[in-house]
Design a protein around this ligand. Structure first.
Ligand code: ATP
Length: 689
């Protein structure tokens, strides 16, 4: 590898026919050299002894493919087809050149700083097959400390994860897995795998891909895995930022007043109403409810409209291009039927322009000039038909009109009544412009039909090459339908856990309901969990068993420290003690998890008097950079730390009779890899005491 890098860096060797060619060649060579030099310290991590056509050979598996042009050495990339053989349990395959291949040995090679440190056989047919080595290597890896970034698992990908990651490109995949099963990690690996040239027509360009994460703290934490996987330029954001950006309303505040109501209102009737209404707002039928509403609206706006313009076709003369109201209505029908990605307004403009070109027999070289002449009158006409429709007002107009809601015939009278009701009226709304998270998909639906939905490239819209959704159990079927429109068919990967849903009123009732919006979707299940020690996993399971009827999950059986309990006494002193204990146990990345952001802010200040400096992460703007932090549970979800301390782990803070609160307690208690402390100034919560 070093020799290859030297060759690339040698400018004399990159001499082209002229200066410009030489410079381009040298730049490309330098890029190659930079890419390869990252891998010099650890060129490979595994090997396969294979027999193909009676000949035995050893293949090396690394993060980066390499072929020595002057020697016999080569490394195959982890994301290639041959690379897959390292992770799976299969023993035979058909090589591309034909014949039959057999795996004789799989071997893990721990290489660091150009030095081979350890050899572990995973499979060896001379030693009786499976050696148990895969589990050994995995346990060693899981025992490592956490970092300030999500890590790649290229070296220790497990067979079922490998299968999910490589599920045939072009199929929408829903990865269901318990907390810590590696869903998020595998989702990013699948994205990297999708960008390989081996995917051919399904290959995704990183800059044309998008990952949606539940909050921005997690988005930044997770995005740090991308350079490790060799890709850059992917948009990693949240559904709210993406949605408001698409609407052109970046400043719009997104509220979740349904959640506020569910948590504060004692009236069960109103809570049930709010829940059902939120669910219905995210129902996939709403897409056609919106469409029919817009159809009625645009047709009404077309009444009395016509177009009559003089157009000069150079070298031929001046013509009149006229369209009657009936002709325009016919075109609108055509546009609705075609349902273009960039919306009806753009579709209508294209259709009218094409009609002008064909009717007037405009030669190719004059088309641009004719379009230019029609631009202003068309903008005026389209403005009259489409302009008064902004997604926010139109969605609200629809929700306020029984007639509009009924137009499609898709909703039953009692559903219309439900949508017209306002169970949230008692929940305060912010003063600035806002929209509720339950209404956002409806607004995006209006946007999708009028202005289009997808990836903005300059002034046009294109479908995303691939979209990955994390915490996919919190996306409504309507949002799935919209995201399905926004991406290439089959190019959506959803990662979620229906049992971890915190926001059932926003999400689907089942993966089947999602599958209906993503034709051909496959649900794949990850059954093992990896994050925490046996002691921490067992505690989490105890909490989760109070609301989760799903089959028990199987964790990797990794032994660790007993869960530490601190109760009765000065809360601050107990927290400071817990931090000292975690540090004494050798941990650096430590999180104190609170129920609310305000608690984190207050405790962070108060703890300074106890010589404890915990950095608060209380807004979406904060970034996790490692060390000791204090953060509320909603921002801790998805993050993980070597050690975690749950502050106020008591029944006053996490109400035992409320399922939502128990779910939050579960999230708090499941953030630690190795060491968990539970703290309360009073008595500990009955579920963790
Ligand atoms: N094959 C593996 N080898 C090593 N570590 C792994 C493997 N799979 C998962 N892990 C580790 O398990 C932990 C959990 O992974 P991840 O956060 O992707 O899980 P998740 O299913 O998305 O969890 P959650 O639902 O809590 O967000 C991470 O520390 C990850 O590195």
């Amino acid at each position: 590898m070093l020799r290859q890098i030297e060759t690339w860096e040698d400018r004399d060797r990159n001499a082209g026919a002229d200066l410009e060619t030489s410079v381009t060649m040298a730049d490309t060579a330098e890029e190659h050299a930079a890419m390869l030099s990252v891998h010099v310290q650890q060129p490979y991590f595994g090997s396969l002894k294979v027999r193909v056509g009676g000949r035995e050979q050893t293949l090396y598996i690394g993060k980066h493919a390499f072929r020595d042009l002057k020697g016999p050495h080569s490394v195959v990339s982890w994301d290639s087809e041959v690379g897959s053989l390292f992770y799976s349990d299969t023993l035979g395959w058909t090589p591309r050149r034909g014949g039959q291949g057999t795996i004789r040995r799989r071997r893990q090679l721990d290489v660091a700083q150009k030095e081979l440190r350890r050899v572990t056989d995973l499979y060896d047919d001379e030693a009786g097959g499976d050696t148990g080595g895969r589990e050994e290597v995995l346990l060693r890896r899981l025992a490592e400390q956490s970092t300030a970034a999500m890590r790649d698992v290229v070296e220790t990908l497990q067979p079922e994860q490998n299968g999910a990651m490589r599920y045939p490109a072009g199929t929408p995949v829903i990865i269901q897995g318990a907390a810590g099963s590696g869903k998020t990690t595998i989702g990013f690996h699948r994205l990297a795998w999708m960008t390989s040239p081996d995917r051919q027509e399904h290959r995704a360009r990183p800059e044309a891909c998008m990952v949606l994460m539940p909050n921005r703290v997690l988005a930044t934490y997770a995005a740090r895995i991308l350079p490790e996987l060799g890709i850059s330029g992917v948009t990693v954001t949240t559904p709210e930022v993406w949605g408001t950006g698409l609407l052109g309303l970046e400043k719009l505040e997104i509220t979740d007043r349904t959640l506020s109501l569910l948590l504060t209102d004692q009236d069960n009737g109103r809570r049930a109403l709010a829940w059902r209404r939120a669910k219905l707002l995210g129902d996939a039928r709403m897409l056609d409810v919106v469409r029919t509403h817009l159809w009625g609206k645009f047709n009404a706006a077309l009444q009395g409209q016509a177009l009559s313009e003089s157009v000069e076709v150079r070298g031929r003369g001046v013509y009149t291009f006229a369209l009657s109201e009936a002709e325009l209505a016919g075109m609108l029908r055509e546009v609705f039927a075609a349902d273009p990605l960039d919306g009806y307004r753009a579709g209508m403009r294209r259709l009218i322009e094409a009609e002008a070109v064909s009717r007037l027999g405009v030669p190719d070289e004059e088309e641009a000039s004719v379009r230019r002449q029609l631009a202003t009158p068309l903008t005026t006409l389209l403005g009259r038909v489409f302009a008064s429709t902004t997604p926010v007002t139109e969605a609200r107009r629809l929700l306020g009109s029984a007639e509009a809601l009924g137009a499609s015939g898709l909703l039953k009278p009692r559903e219309i009544e439900l949508l017209l009701a306002d169970p949230l009226s008692g929940i305060p709304a912010p003063r600035r412009a806002h929209a509720d998270v339950t209404e956002l998909p409806l607004m995006l639906a209006v946007q999708a039909f009028t202005g289009g939905i997808g990836r903005v490239v300059g002034r046009t819209l294109e479908p995303f090459d691939h979209v990955v959704l994390d915490e996919a159990q919190d996306y409504s079927p309507l949002l799935y339908a919209l995201l399905g429109r926004a991406t290439r068919p089959g190019h959506l990967t959803a990662l979620g856990d229906l049992n971890q849903g915190m926001h059932g009123y926003k999400g689907p009732s089942s993966w089947e309901a999602v599958g209906e919006q993503l034709p051909g979707a496959q649900v794949l299940t990850l059954s093992r969990t990896y994050r925490s020690t046996r002691q921490i996993t067992a505690l989490g399971a105890r909490i989760a068993s109070t609301y989760n009827r799903a089959a028990e999950v199987h964790g990797v059986d990794r032994d660790g420290a007993e869960v530490q309990r601190y109760s009765g006494g000065d809360e601050l002193a107990l927290l400071a003690q817990a931090v000292r204990d975690a540090r004494a146990a050798g941990h650096e990345n430590i999180a104190i998890v609170t129920r609310r952001a305000a608690d984190a802010d207050n405790l962070s200040v108060a703890l300074r008097d106890h010589d404890t400096d915990a950095q608060p992460i209380t807004t979406q703007e904060h970034r996790y950079r490692g060390g000791l932090v204090i953060l509320p549970v909603n921002l801790a979800k998805g993050l993980e730390f070597s050690a975690a301390i749950v502050a106020r782990a008591d029944a006053q803070t996490y109400d035992e009779s409320t399922e939502y609160e128990r779910r939050l307690l579960y999230v708090s208690a499941s953030r630690a890899l190795h060491w968990l402390g539970l703290v309360s100034g009073d008595e500990l919560h009955p579920l963790v005491a």
